[in-house]
Design a protein around this ligand. Structure first.
Ligand code: NAD
Length: 422
């Protein structure tokens, strides 16, 4: 492979990127000797081989992972991803980001992540259920409300969480809702959880606009990804006066500089399984991350803004709904251009924040109305945004470095107070 290809592969390696982001922030903090290594490495990685009976009577073995990056501030917290490209490295990177994300919003969780190497599109519902139950059963001594609390991630959903609750509860011989979050409302879920990540993106975008003196009313917004995070962010930002000018999903991309009718697009995308062909807009043939807009919301995949295209980003604000959409190389280019990036560990932390509320409600057995969930979410996110912005101004660093600095300091503080066991 040519040298350039190798460099690109390196740029797109999530574990290398998570470590580089950590190192950049850690280097600016006066950390006690040795502590950096303690908090950098995952605490525990569990790998399981999962035999599953397929519908045709054959047996297939799937590989599953669960990584607990940190349990210093509380139980490990993080989603479970079902995808053919899941690797141990990817799960370790995502688990580390969860540690920093939970610390940025100051909720009492550590970081974890899980994954199963599979293509759910090629599995029947019954096969998916058997795979999920076997994964949950094999990890039933790892999971637990006080130790490790999973949630949905790519290709897992409320139904998968309900199966995990049931499997775990059968092993425990009692119903235990607090073992996972992101559950259906009827099975211990929280009001407002489905919209929480997009709502958090809105709160961060509002704060960023106020800081930059850029009115959200009339701001041109481009959104990549029209799933949970992208569609809710677009909906709430347009309700706040933003003008949605471009949307992309896996089916294609559309744009309308005069504004896209969001409610119409929501209905169209539900009926047509995507945004492609929406009559109220034209097809967009250029990459959406390069679209002329004020606020770009990447809410689909990792590594969409790289050193190859960062220079062509025209947005004033990049609000990272997705995890890891901007590579560290691209970050440097965006910073030089004066683009204000709201980093993923802050911008998309609304989801895990309401997961925390769900866990609290499960443990109390008392459920809050949606407006209470949303108010608490707003308070948490606005406080976190302020903490990061102040750190960024004090140290003259970008928001990502500042967010990592805030998070690392909070984790280290707890280690210093608790001390090292034995
Ligand atoms: P989702 O599956 O609901 O939606 C993903 C969207 O991305 C879909 O619209 C899909 O069509 C689109 N997409 C896929 N490939 C694309 C491509 N090549 N180009 C353009 N669009 C493409 O997923 P989600 O829950 O909205 O998650 C999106 C991102 O946000 C992921 O990175 C996820 O890790 C992150 N995230 C989600 C949550 C949450 O609560 N759902 C919380 C934090 C972070």
């Amino acid at each position: 492979m040519p040298a350039e290809g190798t460099n690109i592969q390196k740029e797109l390696n999530p574990l290398a990127n998570a470590e580089r982001q950590f190192e950049e922030a850690a280097a600016r903090l006066n950390l006690p000797a040795g502590l950096k290594e303690v908090i950098k490495k995952p605490r525990r990685t569990t790998i399981v081989s999962l035999p599953v009976m397929m519908d045709d009577g054959t047996i297939r073995i799937f590989t599953g992972y669960r990584v607990q990056h940190s349990i210093v501030r509380g139980p490990a917290k993080g989603g479970i991803r079902y995808h053919p490209d899941v690797t141990r490295e990817e799960v370790e990177a995502l688990a580390a980001w969860m540690t920093w994300k939970c610390a940025v919003v100051n909720i009492p969780f550590g970081g974890g992540k899980g994954g199963v190497v599979c293509d759910p599109a090629k599995l029947s519902k019954a096969e998916l259920e058997r795979l999920t139950r076997r994964y949950a059963a094999d990890l039933s001594d790892v999971f637990g409300p006080e130790s490790d609390v999973p949630a949905p991630d790519v290709n897992t959903n409320e139904q998968v969480m309900a199966w995990i609750v049931d499997t775990y509860s059968m092993h425990e011989r009692r119903t235990e809702y607090a073992v996972v979050t992101g559950k259906p409302l009827e099975v211990g879920g929280s009001a407002g959880r489905r919209e929480a990540t997009g709502r958090g993106v809105l709160f961060c975008a509002r704060e960023a606009c106020a800081h930059l003196k850029l009115p959200l009313k009339g701001a041109r917004i481009a959104v990549q990804g029209f799933g949970n995070v992208g569609s809710v962010s677009a909906d709430l930002m347009t309700r706040d006066g933003g003008l949605l000018v471009a949307v992309a999903d896996v089916t294609g991309a559309i744009h309308n500089p005069a504004g896209i009718d969001l409610q119409g697009l929501l209905r169209y995308a539900a009926d047509h399984r995507g945004v492609k062909g929406f009559p109220g807009a034209k097809t967009l043939t250029t990459p959406i991350v390069e679209y002329d807009c004020d606020i770009l919301v990447p809410a689909a995949l990792e590594n969409v803004i790289t050193r190859e295209n960062a220079d062509r980003v025209k947005a004033r604000i990049v609000a990272e709904g997705a995890n890891g959409p901007t590579t560290p190389d691209a970050d440097q280019i965006l910073e030089k251009k004066g683009v204000f990036v709201i980093p993923d560990i802050l911008c998309n932390s609304g989801g895990v924040t309401v997961s925390y509320f769900e866990w609290v409600q499960n443990r109390m057995g008392f459920y809050w109305p949606e407006n209470e969930v949303n108010q608490r979410l707003e308070h948490t996110m606005v406080e976190a945004f302020k903490d990061v912005l102040i750190k960024s101004m004090e140290h003259r660093v970008n928001m990502r470095v500042a967010a990592f600095m805030v998070a690392i300091e909070r984790v280290v503080k707890v280690i210093m107070l608790r001390g090292l066991y034995a």
